[in-house]
Design a protein around this ligand. Structure first.
Ligand code: HEM
Length: 506
């Protein structure tokens, strides 16, 4: 039968009587593929269950696994523990297995000593970023880009971006309506990363409503990619490459990747031209502020090898995504937390007013003068971590302090949400020193921690200080955020607050 197929296809006049056979054959083929795939998944599930035997977890729904509990657990219920949290602490200490659907599982880690073992070991790799030797070399070449000499002038750039956004908020301050702030903040952090990383002025005035109307294709592409990457993580069928590839979202994703790559390649090419004559960072710095792109282009390893264009593009992409979406999520939830906690908000405002001495801007030196605000920022990062889970694939068996071992090949995820009460005093130095340093790891820890941590903390301080100086933040009890599990923490219905101008009476 199979031998005859090419022969039929070569015929100029297709014999109609053959068509039903073709359909049957195709259906049979699809059935065989589906059965093989399903068998492979069932075998993998059995193997996973065997390997995670030492880490029992709460009962899982046969189809959804723990998805429903996880979604419920992200709802901010003050002073109340949700199902998963209760399980975590009382029934399944340190770590337990968690299922997303019938075939995808993680080892959910929720104890500082387990977190420490996982993040300090070298037999693991991140799922989103490069691994091994290449990561090690690139990380070393990138580190000088986060030296405080480089970060210092960025404070002014961040402050300018924040002011542009706050000017736009003037119209919201005149009404008693709440407004959605995440989109505003996200555009602002994108604007500031473009200025700091590539000395590019983004078209910050592009409108969000009809989504940029093609004026700034790159911004639209980055914005779309952030949305689609998070969407793909949330929608379980999209974890399959073929389904995602064939879906309309997959099509949009490929289109956005093309635009982003094209833009980045152009920026690199132009800067290479510009730097042809000048390859010494010191000499460039004498003329203008350095940005990340200068650092990347001038970086040399011990053999005087520079990064390839492809490597630079990959690093630029990582910066753009790690650098704007995470910080936008952080800032948005901090503003929301302060709106819900007016007494802490006022203490921050008093501190900021005193530190800024009447200035309408914030300088590098001021960043260390606002410790209470810094504690509120950390407390919000604890309650609403912008990166809610840190995934690692173990390449060799990993034994934890209580003697239990996770087999190679498993993904671990650290979820470190514990208590729902907003209490910045947790971050008083005396309270911090009595806790494990691995109890609070919003920027991860160990060799692969967040390289942009100081950059992000600076930006959060700048934006919070300038916002509180100008506006009073008020919670809208009718529009609470519906927090959803995503790569970067988001709210399904946006983040809404009301604002009023601050009365600057002496
Ligand atoms: C509030 C803001 C931020 C948070 C909470 C955050 C959090 C994190 C976390 C948890 C990781 C580890 C991810 C993993 O191992 O799976 C990470 C890695 C990373 N972050 Fe951030 N990040 C923030 C802002 C930034 C910024 C502003 C930049 C760049 C300008 C940045 C650049 C990176 C890079 C390049 C990595 C990969 C590091 C490596 O693998 O060596 N991040 N970040």
């Amino acid at each position: 039968m199979l031998i005859w197929i090419p022969h039929y296809l070569l015929r100029t006049q297709l014999n109609i009587s053959v068509l039903p056979h073709m359909h049957h054959l195709l259906a049979l083929l699809l059935l065989v593929v589906a059965v093989c795939k399903l068998t492979a998944l069932i075998v993998k599930r059995r193997e996973t269950l065997r390997n995670l035997e030492a880490f029992p977890g709460p009962p899982a729904h046969w189809l959804f696994g723990h998805v429903q509990e996880v979604i419920k657990s992200r709802t901010p219920i003050k002073k109340q523990c949700c199902n998963v949290t209760r399980y975590k602490y009382f029934q399944y200490p340190f770590a337990f297995q968690i299922w997303f659907g019938p075939f995808v599982s993680f080892l959910n880690i929720h104890h500082p000593d387990y977190v420490k073992t996982l993040l300090s070991t070298t037999g693991v790799y991140g799922l989103l970023v490069s691994s091994g030797q290449k990561w090690f070399r690139n990380r070393r070449l990138l580190t000088p880009g986060f030296h405080y000499d480089i970060l210092k002038p960025y404070v002014k750039l961040m402050s300018d971006s924040a002011k542009t956004m706050l000017d736009k908020w003037e119209s919201y301050a005149q009404t008693s309506e709440s407004f959605e702030l995440f989109e505003h903040v996200s555009l602002m952090t994108l604007d500031s990363i473009m200025k700091c990383a590539f000395s590019l002025n983004s078209a910050f005035n592009v409108r969000l409503s009809s989504h940029f109307s093609g004026t700034n294709a790159y911004i639209k592409a980055v914005y779309d990619l952030s949305f689609l990457i998070n969407l793909r993580f949330r929608v379980i069928p999209y974890h399959n490459n073929i389904i995602f590839h064939l879906s309309p979202h997959g099509f949009r994703f490929r289109k956005a990747v093309k635009v982003a790559h094209h833009h980045t390649e152009e920026v690199i090419r132009k800067r290479r031209e510009e730097l042809k004559k000048e390859t010494e960072l010191d000499r460039i710095q004498a003329k203008r502020n350095l940005d990340f792109l200068d650092i990347l282009l001038c970086a040399r390893d011990e053999n005087q090898h520079s990064l390839s264009d492809e490597d630079i593009r990959a690093e630029v992409d990582t910066f753009m995504f790690e650098g704007h979406d995470t910080t936008a999520s952080g800032i948005s939830f901090i503003l929301y937390c302060l709106a819900c906690n007016p007494e802490h908000q006022q203490m921050c405002r008093d501190e900021i007013t005193y530190a800024l001495e009447g200035k309408d801007t914030i300088d590098w030196e001021d960043l260390s003068k606002i410790p209470y605000t810094t504690m509120c920022i950390k407390e919000s990062l604890r309650l609403y971590p912008p990166v809610p889970g840190i995934a690692r694939k173990i390449t060799k068996p990993l034994t934890f302090f209580d003697g239990r071992t996770a087999a190679a090949g498993h993904c671990c995820i650290c979820v470190y949400l514990e208590i729902w009460v907003f209490d910045p005093l947790r971050f008083l130095p005396e309270n911090v020193s009595s806790r494990s340093p691995h109890a609070f790891v919003p920027f991860s820890a160990g060799p692969r921690n967040c390289i942009g941590q100081t950059f992000a903390m600076n930006e959060m301080k700048v934006v919070i200080a300038l916002t509180l100086r100008r506006y009073q933040l008020i919670e809208d009890p009718d529009r609470k955020p519906k927090v959803i599990p995503s790569l970067v923490l988001r709210s399904l219905n946006g983040i809404h607050i009301k604002i009023k101008p601050v009365d600057h009476q002496p």
